[in-house]
Design a protein around this ligand. Sequence first.
Ligand code: GRF
Length: 195
Amino acid sequence: MLASGTGTNLRALLEDPNVGPCVVLVVSDNPYATALERARARGIKAVVLEPTRYASRAEFDHALTLLLDDEAIEFVLLAGYMRILGGEVVRAYRDRIMNVHPSLLPAFPGAHAVRDALASGVTVTGATVHLVDEEVDHGPIVMQEPVLILPADQEETLHQRIQSVEHRLFPQAARLLAEGRLKVEGRLVHVLDGD
Ligand code: GRF
């Protein structure tokens, strides 16, 4: 699990009885990320990889790939991870990396999705869980759910409602990924029946 911030999605994943026990490593580029404390409090290995310690993005990416490999990580979940994932990790974990984003992609990609949706005048936005490819907020979509924008909404109130949707969708999608029930065909993700 990669996170840079408060880690409320990490909390939701850890609280899910099917997904929680599978979380074995939390990595952050931010030593002050609350996500790290949440992991440590549960006895989960928490590692800081600081980008400034590496000469280039490629070196940072290589260190991250080695770490995931050392820990025999099978799937990678991104929640509020504020760095663009490098090509080496994406190639090593093709279709095994999932991100959660606070808009209905492909609308409003990028770091200010909630603010951008509000400023654009749309009346509906939402949450997206998608697989990660080489482009930002771009890979095949696994799950989406709309959230209505209310006239009185500010960025914070809208983001809170979107996050409560994320906290429900992300564990469901993570479980499907871990169970090998996501079949990717180009841009389309098919959910296979469970046993
Ligand atoms: C979430 O809203 C996610 O969609 C976005 O960053 C936020 C992370 O929140 N990519 P948290 O750290 O899980 O609380």
